[in-house]
Design a protein around this ligand. Structure first.
Ligand code: UT7
Length: 329
């Protein structure tokens, strides 16, 4: 039996960082940011005592309430993140403790912006093999913790946020997570999008801090080119493999990095812009959070019906990318 999404939830911090706020930090302007990225503002989890697990806890509590189940019923929690509270213990274990999911095992998965798709596929496999009945999958990133707010090429792009789903066996054949294609290119991605220090290669020293090596470094132009090609290719592949014509797709749910990348993917699929989910203007790129936040918003707006065809696509550091086809239950 395939795995179906039975609850969605999201958490966005209240504090807004607008393009005009960024104009005060470095040489940039609202018009440049909006025309090059589509972003007007992003959310920032300002409280330094609130890490990524805080957002995961908020999402997890809502998921339980929406599904009407107790925390003890969850058997596995996967948190996709590249900004865990600490390298260890995992943010998934911290989340398990926050909600008291005492019967769940828990682990983090890091595939950067593709983290949620990697985690969704992993979770779906545990449902499909019959060993699990209720799995929680959360994508969450506190990107403000790894952004250099003197670097205008990255600071404009990212925000904080989290989203998640509960996965359970689909009630009927032909519904749920029907097809997945996931990819990685470690050779292509390693120099263009990375955080240089804080791991075993460059453990934290005064020097790594002075050299600002604990922040995101990105060659935006290179990543942009790879993202456009890879997201469009995988979207096309998912459509072909599943005999989906543009008219059959109810929603394209793309990773939210840049409106121009989203538009290029939609154009290649030939789908109407009204079917393309976009909130990058309001939240920026929340990395592993973007796709589950989009799903939660579609759900809140009452746009998901039994039989709705969704194509999810992502691209991120690694490089990692992929696509998932869901027929909504
Ligand atoms: O999901 C994966 C995560 N990341 C991404 O998907 C990001 C992918 N990349 C991008 O979204 C785009 O490459 C950016 C938005 C980062 C940059 O847009 P671009 O159209 O590729 O601009 P560029 O880097 O080619 O820069 C064009 C010009 C440069 O000036 P010169 O050299 O032409 O004089 C930059 O210095 O714009 C300048 N610039 C800025 N100007 C105002 C770069 N950042 C800014 C800024 N404000 N914030």
């Amino acid at each position: 039996m395939k795995a179906a999404i039975t609850a969605t939830a999201k958490y966005l911090p209240d504090s807004i960082l607008s393009n005009h706020d960024l104009e005060l930090l470095f040489e940039t302007n609202d018009e440049w940011i909006r025309s090059r990225t589509g972003i007007s503002e992003r959310r920032i989890l300002k409280d330094p005592e609130k890490p990524t697990s805080f957002m995961c806890g908020e999402v997890a509590r809502q998921l339980l309430a929406k599904r009407g189940i107790a925390a003890e019923e969850i058997e596995l929690i996967i948190v996709a993140t590249m900004t865990p509270d600490m390298l260890f213990p995992s943010t998934a274990c911290v989340t398990q403790s926050i909600i008291g999911a005492s019967n769940a095992w828990a682990f983090d998965l890091n595939a950067a912006c593709s983290g949620f798709l990697y985690a969704l596929h992993t979770a779906a496999s545990f449902i499909e093999n019959g060993t699990h009945k209720k799995v929680m999958v959360i994508g969450a990133d506190k990107m403000s913790s790894v952004i250099d707010y003197t670097d205008r090429s990255t600071a404009i792009l990212f925000g904080d946020g989290a989203g998640g789903v509960i996965l359970e066996p689909a009630q009927e054949e032909g519904y749920g997570v029907l097809d997945t294609r996931l990819y990685a290119d470690g050779a292509g991605g390693k120099d263009h999008l990375l955080m240089k220090a804080g791991g075993s290669l460059n453990p934290a020293t005064h020097e790594t801090v002075d050299k600002r090596m604990h922040f995101i470094h990105q060659d935006g132009r290179q990543v942009f080119k790879s993202a456009v090609t890879s997201m469009a290719n995988v979207a096309d592949e998912i459509m072909t493999r599943n005999n989906l014509r543009a008219d059959d797709v109810d929603y394209l749910v793309p990773h939210q990095a840049n409106q121009r990348i989203i538009n290029a993917t939609a154009e290649r699929m030939g789908i109407d812009e009204r079917k393309v989910v976009s909130n990058v203007g309001r939240y920026g790129n929340t990395t592993a959070g973007t796709i589950p936040i989009c799903l939660a918003e579609l759900d809140e707006e009452g746009k998901l019906h039994s039989g709705s065809n969704l194509v999810l696509v992502s691209f991120g550091a690694g490089y990692t990318w992929g696509g998932i086809y869901i027929k909504w239950q």
